[in-house]
Design a protein around this ligand. Structure first.
Ligand SMILES: [Zn+2]
Length: 74
């Protein structure tokens, strides 16, 4: 296959019973860790393009390069 741009992926839709193109929606949320730091987590939800049934979701943790100054008190 010579797909131009592979952003469209296919997943097995349980309702259709076959592989379908999926729509991906992403949402971001901030999660507070047990040690008090926060990280951004991007949740990607996959829905069947044909019947719009939810297929799966995955969480992607964003690398947080910001350096907090909470402990840099002088
Ligand atoms: Zn479907």
């Amino acid at each position: 296959m010579a797909a131009k741009g592979d952003q469209m992926s296919m997943e097995l839709c349980r309702r259709c019973g076959v592989l379908r193109n999926v729509c991906v929606t992403t949402s971001r949320r901030t999660v507070v860790q047990p040690d008090g730091t926060t990280i951004e987590v991007e949740t990607r939800a996959y829905h069947c393009e044909t019947c719009n049934t939810f297929i799966r979701s995955e969480d992607v943790k964003e690398a947080d390069d910001t350096v907090g100054d909470q402990s840099a008190q002088t």
